[in-house]
Design a protein around this ligand. Structure first.
Ligand SMILES: [Zn+2]
Length: 225
């Protein structure tokens, strides 16, 4: 539940997906790291004396990497949250080590599929059908439908494609976002209302913000934050 809160997601997001999005090592692996670190420190103190803080930090990082590898193995066979995990797991080291990019309520919706999308809302009985409100044919409304297909997002999609390329699969978009701080909008909200050209906001930042603003404005049936 802590991981779900950390990523501002719906409570229905699986533990595995929420932990990965939050970059939070599962508690049992975290406990293993701490136990190993404790044993290492005791051994050091008994032999050569108390280790320096920097040495302890280095050892903690080493032990954590071992547990992260174990975590990645577990995620090969997740029990739920498959789409999210398949998108993030291939770039897991970059995802965990990035120094920028926070997950907002709406970004987590796109990454998890749990949010203002017909299929999800229908599943939790907040909508009668899973069809997209914007599509005449009533295509099923999902995060991917919004990203890749729905004509209501043509304009935002054009801008997005111009920056990240034609592949708008979730893994490709996640990879683009993690690949550059420009791809994440962590710093954009403070500039809201100021012309982009005056502040030189990176183009991809602008595009991602536009896409999310579109989600906010056009999704008539969105829940409140
Ligand atoms: Zn649609």
């Amino acid at each position: 539940m802590l991981a779900v809160r950390a990523v501002r997601g719906y409570r229905t997001i699986s533990f595995e997906a929420a932990s990965l999005l939050a970059g939070a090592l599962p508690w049992d692996l975290e406990a293993r790291t701490l136990a190993s670190l404790y044993a290492w420190r005791k051994e050091k103190e008994a032999s050569v004396g108390r280790p320096a803080p920097r040495e302890t930090e280095g050892r903690r990082d080493e032990l954590r990497q071992v547990q992260v590898a174990e975590w990645a193995d577990r995620l090969l066979n997740p029990s739920a949250g498959l789409a999210t995990i398949q998108a993030v797991r291939p770039i897991m080291p970059e995802w965990l080590q990035r120094r920028y990019g926070t997950l907002t309520f709406r970004l987590t919706q796109v990454l998890s599929g749990h949010g203002c999308f017909g299929r999800y809302l229908c599943r939790i009985r907040r909508e009668q059908t899973s069809g997209c409100h914007h599509c005449v044919g009533g295509d099923e409304d999902t995060a991917l439908h919004t990203l890749q297909v729905c004509p209501a997002w043509d304009e935002q999609r054009r801008d997005l494609v111009a920056v990240v390329g034609a592949d708008l699969s979730l893994p490709a978009v996640v990879k683009a976002m993690v690949g550059s701080a420009d791809a994440w909008d962590a710093y954009v909200p403070r500039y809201t209302g100021v012309p982009w050209s005056l502040i030189g906001v990176p183009r991809l930042n602008k595009v991602m913000l536009q896409f999310k603003l579109g989600l906010l404005i056009n999704n008539k049936y969105c829940f409140d934050d």
